[in-house]
Design a protein around this ligand. Structure first.
Ligand SMILES: [Ca+2]
Length: 191
């Protein structure tokens, strides 16, 4: 917003100087928008705020068995509880439509800085299996906006998982100590 404001400020100054022909907006995605000054009626700033995301996939277990199926742990990075009813997790099959997306059931609430584990296994009728050879998984919110995606590597051992340390950070590791539904912060990392 500061950059946009600065650009608009400069444009306004140029209008005052009658020395410019276009308003040039340089967007954060690298694109540039040109608008002829004589085509502008007015400039206003909206109150739209960016969507902030507090829910992340925090730990992934892809070496599940019938007795201990695959799962993904989701973490709430915020200091308030969040209702994640209708949020969905899926892999490439869910993205292409060949497999269902796994949906968090109605009434699923993650406490502040808390965890929820969802089973994602072929053995689960509404789910999909995680590839022990590694793949990409996505998390979308109840309105269908993708809010997180993680590419996890192959897991060599059934006692390994993959996740963030500290919780909610951008730092991923293979853990030799699974912490299903609890903090990853003290989990032992594969050397
Ligand atoms: Ca964990």
């Amino acid at each position: 917003m500061k950059k946009l404001f600065y650009t608009l400020f400069l444009a306004t100054m140029m209008v005052a100087n009658l020395s410019a022909q276009d308003l040039v907006i340089h967007k954060t995605d690298g694109s540039v928008v040109n608008v002829a000054l004589n085509a502008i009626d007015s400039i206003t700033f909206s109150n739209a705020t960016p969507v902030e995301n507090y829910i992340l996939m925090n730990e992934i277990f892809s070496r599940g068995t019938d007795e201990d199926p695959d799962w993904i742990e989701v973490y709430n990075t915020s200091a308030a509880s969040i209702d994640i009813s209708g949020y969905k997790i899926y892999d490439g099959g869910g993205q292409s439509g060949s497999k269902p997306k796994k949906e968090f059931s109605a009434g699923t609430i993650i406490p502040a800085n808390g965890f929820v584990v969802i089973v994602t296994d072929d053995a689960d009728p509404s789910g999909f299996g995680l590839s022990s050879g590694g793949e990409e998984v996505w998390l979308e919110n109840a309105t269908g906006v993708v809010i997180d995606d993680v590419v996890f590597p192959a897991m060599a051992e059934v006692t390994y998982s993959y996740g963030r340390q500290p919780d909610g950070s951008a730092n991923f590791f293979i853990f030799t100590e699974i912490t299903k539904g609890t903090s990853n912060n003290d989990a032992t990392i594969l050397p």
